[in-house]
Ligand binder design. Sequence first.
Ligand code: CTP
Length: 433
Amino acid sequence: MKDQKQAAKPNQKDSPDDPPAPMSSPLDRFLARRILLVVTGGIAAYKAAELARLITKSGGLVRVAMTEAATRFITPLTFTSLTGQAVVTDLWDRVNADDNVIHVAWSQWAEIMITCPATANFIAKLAHGLADDFASCTSLAFQGPRLVAPAMNTGMYLNPATKSNLEILTKRGYRVLESPEGLLACGTIGAGRMAEVPMIAWEAARLLSPSLLKGRRVVVTGGATREPWDDIRFLSNRSSGLMGSALASAAWLLGAEVTLIAGLSATVPNTLPEGLNVQRVETCDDLLTAVAQALDGAWALVMNAAPADFKPIERIKGKIRKSGQQAPALTLTRTPDILKTLSPQKGQTIMVGFAAEDGEDLKSKARDKLNAKNLDYIAANRAGGQGDVFESDSISLTLMSSGGSEIDVGPYPKFQAAWELWHLLASGYGKIS
Ligand code: CTP
């Protein structure tokens, strides 16, 4: 097949209506997006202010609709100040003199509606189509993706009426967030707390993303393994795990079911979405076991981890002491090559390796690895020296396919590079037909 050499387009759009692809962070999904935030009357309303601020800071336009009860907990002025946008509390309010049916206008303006916090009463209204104030009228009129963050007392939350109302919403396509257990404002410890603000933001960002990978399960590995020498010391490498986390979160935003298998030392931000299945592993052998278990039925395996290639031949129990000893000899043995071991059983799973290379011939070394490990793709990038990928926030890579195609991606922030990679894989880039 003829070699194709192209560069991925920066700021690739997902559809003509979609703003540019995210740049450095998942929260960039909010850039220039129109969000209708419906705040109803519970103590968690103060957290809605934090959400409004977070989205606004990320470039989103947030209009807030409040119920009368919500205004008892937090003032409309708080939201106007945070968002720089109008806040409507009354069905008969007019933001501009020529506003007529403002609840309809707002429902048509918004790209997503977030009800946060959603009280038991408001959930019941949503489920049964009641519309007797501005917040419920505009909610009923809204036709786009809807996210609901319930918050209430445990008894109200567990009441079969509320449960059934939440089920109705889920069946109708609302994304209803779990209300985790915790200490509630009423003093009870139990379910009914509102989901944390960063989780609500993640879910909203997912609803604003194209569902490119919906229905697909992907496995991503990231970070370095640790190969213990004794109980204190280990061999490892400089892989930070940032690209693994970026790949996992980008896939999740694009609708995939994601397993992230990360080395213990990998930087896995604690704000990753809860929907992501994160497994931590220590050694290359553990990584092999975890990947082998996760692989079955996966649409893609993206092997971004940097497993150690060698390990001490034996793990010493306790701590090797230096007193009275000469420096001990450290004998190493090879660890298993995970991709090579698993590629014969990959079936339909797309297998993607990463090749961090130093020195000359980066691409030919990467292609040799693609062939030796029988991969569908390899992403070649530079390790060491100028453009070093390790511990960096950005990456420049060339995606090479088994069919002989090549495409440059970046230099981009790692999150954006991950976003582009998933688009390329989903498009079947460079596949031999
Ligand atoms: N890899 C693997 N198992 C290993 C080592 C690496 O599956 N024991 C995977 C990496 O996750 C990566 C690809 O193989 O996707 C290439 O890794 P790299 O470290 O660049 O190459 P190696 O195969 O380890 O060869 P070398 O270190 O000699 O360059």
